[in-house]
Design a protein around this ligand. Structure first.
Ligand SMILES: [Zn+2]
Length: 691
């Protein structure tokens, strides 16, 4: 084999052709079919915190109608409330938060309300409608997903208020809730949406319609978040009405008919209904939530069978979250197992090196066939999937606070979330493609509104969440992010200062402490090679802890106490489970990308397309994806292959002239590698063919 394979010479037209083959016709899925039964052995490391009961063979765990009985499960750990954690400036996280905040501030509330008012027959004033997936009826172009983004916007406004205290964000959220309440009133007091009720008749009859329950869920979740995080009681009333409408729509339907309806993307509506049920102590909403349990999805998972192949990823991850929520309010272990096994399988058998999962929005290959899956289309790793997998991780960690959950969390957060928001602009990506030779593409200001634009504004509004957790005894420091946390009930406050992952250490200063011991557990990342050096008040501790565990510092803290932890990074290689020669490289937790240059890339290549460039400019139902693709194709690019000089990547990948930059040595075509999350407006490769 020659050193330079002429594969993946990607032009924009080929992107489209691959996409058409992958998602539109299912050819990519069929092409992978031959490998269905040849599964490599699972990776050695078990999933964190897994708690598995013996299975009852051959009995479907879920049969017939579900019975709900409220019984809350006590969590072992809970995150410090977002209102008690603040990001400090000068970090990649703070920057992402501020870019997103800027984008959200630029979006006008009346524009976000346009389709809701139009649907209710209320005046839209002088507001200009939004485009893309929010496009109202307008000749040929309209989107059946309209209303989803304003729902996300409510959630993001509430999160941003909780994360930063931003009163403008809350005011805009409050305004939208009040105006949407008027739309709901005009529509009869229960139903609230930006599209007509006739679409529900189509859903009922099995006729084509995009994903009405998906959209309704975003609005319901937005209302719940405005209530939960921004104290808006009107939002709870609106949500109550919407839940009543959902009850009335679903109640007369047989179990069989509902299961048929659930074949159309409906996402996490059950999760919101369960949360509403718990928050209002009203079991009625949980029983409505139970109608949204898709048996063909949860039965195999509760039996620990991976039947995910062919499923749409981002409608099923929220269903796993709904299962987690169902377990938390009922103690029904079957739902625990659904969420637990799903997490295990997706993170160990179906996730790329970035922590991202999915291809062409689905799982196309059998488990642990990631090299095959990678080739199925360029549309790898949808951003919504990363957002929702992090959400699921938080539930599971609360049940079993195992630090390995945060190895996954950090991997995904650093590589798939930081780095998919456009610097300074705040627009976001749809897919973080891992096909060699691609570049990052971003949504437009107001003509796109992909699903991932919606989950994106939520993600970057809540980057202070989950850095710190706590239990009855003490505090967990799970992420190395410059921030302050206050625990007023325990009179404990600390500041974490670090520029990690730019720096390879973190320093924690106690600002306030009451007399008495309080254990502080520092997460020792699994990617470290050895137990890290830790200092307290300048003195090296005798004790440390192995990678992948917690270092517990149990002492009576005093204001001014300072803990420093070294986090020395090293190069490591990660191969595909089904192809040891397809390899990616990491530096500590950072996935490295080879810089293949920006030759020929223009703003039109970068802003607007969702990687399906060249494909017809339509989604399922003729809704617009954004700007038309009249842009000339980007030039073809050759992807180098490598010959490794040794098993340790540092034997042939050497530090380059900038921090965190590396360069291959001794190759026919040497390449500079930098963290994927820092690379913009350039072609890149993450996976390489290495001999
Ligand atoms: Zn998405």
């Amino acid at each position: 084999m020659s050193e330079t394979r002429k594969v993946h010479r990607l032009s924009r037209r080929e992107f489209g052709a691959i996409m058409a083959a992958g998602a539109a016709s299912g050819t990519a899925l069929q092409a992978l079919g031959a490998q269905q039964n040849a599964q490599p052995t699972p990776q050695q490391r078990p999933a964190p915190g897994s708690f598995r009961r013996p299975l009852v063979p051959d009995a479907p765990p879920f049969e017939g109608t579900l019975e709900f009985t409220r019984k809350d499960v006590a969590h072992k750990a809970e995150p410090s409330p977002m209102t008690h954690v603040r990001l400090l400036p000068n970090s990649v996280y703070y920057a992402a938060q501020e870019w997103n905040r800027g984008y959200m501030a630029r979006l006008d509330g009346d524009r976000l309300l346009y389709t809701f008012r139009a649907n209710a027959g209320l005046p839209v004033g002088s507001a200009k409608p939004l485009g893309g997936w929010e496009q109202p009826e307008n000749g040929q172009r309209s989107s059946e997903l309209r209303g989803h983004f304003p729902g996300h916007f409510l959630s993001a406004s509430a999160l941003l208020y909780a994360a930063t205290g931003d009163k403008d964000a809350r005011s805009k959220g409050d305004y939208m809730v009040a105006e949407m309440a008027k739309c709901q009133e005009k529509l009869g007091g229960k139903y609230l949406s930006a599209f007509p009720t006739t679409w529900w008749d189509r859903l009922d009859k099995g006729e084509r319609v995009w994903a009405p329950f998906y959209t309704i869920h975003k609005i319901m979740a937005g209302m719940f978040d405005m209530y939960r995080l921004a104290g808006n009681k009107q939002a709870l009333q609106v949500l109550d009405g919407m839940a009543a409408w959902a009850d009335e729509w679903t109640a007369p339907k047989t179990e069989e008919h509902m299961q048929q309806i659930l074949t159309i993307e409906f996402g996490g509506i059950a999760e919101t209904l369960y949360s509403l049920s718990a928050a209002t102590n009203n079991d009625r909403w949980a029983r409505v939530g139970d109608r949204f349990q898709k048996k063909s999805f949860i039965n195999p998972l509760a039996s620990r069978r991976d039947e995910l192949r062919g499923l749409h990823a981002n409608t099923h991850i929220p269903q796993a979250i709904a299962a987690a929520r169902r377990y938390e309010i009922s103690g029904d272990m079957r739902f625990h197992d659904v969420a637990d096994y799903f997490f295990y399988e997706v993170t160990t058998a179906r996730s790329y090196v970035t922590g991202g999962t999915s291809n062409a929005e689905a799982w196309l290959a059998p488990p642990r066939r990631l090299a095959a899956e990678l080739k199925a289309s360029v549309n790898t790793a949808e951003c919504c999937c990363a957002y929702n997998m992090l959400k699921l991780t938080r539930h599971l960690y609360g049940w079993h606070p195992d630090p390995e959950y945060f190895d996954y969390y950090e991997r995904s957060l650093l590589n798939h979330r930081i780095g998919t928001i456009r610097p300074n602009v705040g627009t976001t990506q749809y897919y973080l493609s891992l096909t060699p030779g691609v570049w990052k593409t971003f949504s437009t200001e107001d003509q796109t509104f992909w699903c991932c634009t919606g989950s994106g504004i939520e993600e970057y509004s809540k980057l202070n969440d989950s850095i710190y957790w706590r239990d009855r005894e003490g505090l967990y420091v799970n992420l190395f992010i410059a921030s302050e946390v206050d625990w007023p009930e325990r009179g404990f406050k600390l500041r974490q200062e670090t520029t990690y992952p730019e720096s390879q250490n973190t320093a924690i200063t106690v600002i306030e402490a009451r007399p008495g011991a309080l254990p502080m557990r520092l997460r020792v990342p699994g990617w470290l090679q050895t137990a890290p050096t830790v200092k307290i008040n300048g003195k090296v501790l005798d004790a440390s802890a192995a990678p992948g565990t917690y270092l517990t510092l149990n002492r009576a803290w005093k204001a001014g106490d300072r803990v420093e932890m070294e986090l020395p990074m090293h190069l490591q290689m990660e191969a595909m489970p089904d192809d040891p020669q397809t390899q990616a490289f990491l530096y500590g937790p950072l996935v490295l990308a080879g810089d293949l240059g920006g030759n020929g890339l223009t703003e039109a290549h970068i802003v607007g397309p969702n990687l399906r460039v060249g494909a017809p400019n339509t989604e399922q139902n003729g809704s617009p994806l954004g700007p038309t693709n009249a842009t000339p194709p980007a030039p073809e690019v050759e992807i180098p292959t490598f010959r490794a000089a040794g098993a340790d990547p540092s034997s042939w990948i050497k530090p380059a002239d900038k921090p965190q930059a590396f360069r291959t040595t001794g190759q026919k075509q040497d390449v500079t590698l930098v963290p994927l999350n820092s690379l913009f407006d350039r072609r890149y490769a993450v996976y390489w063919h290495v001999e």
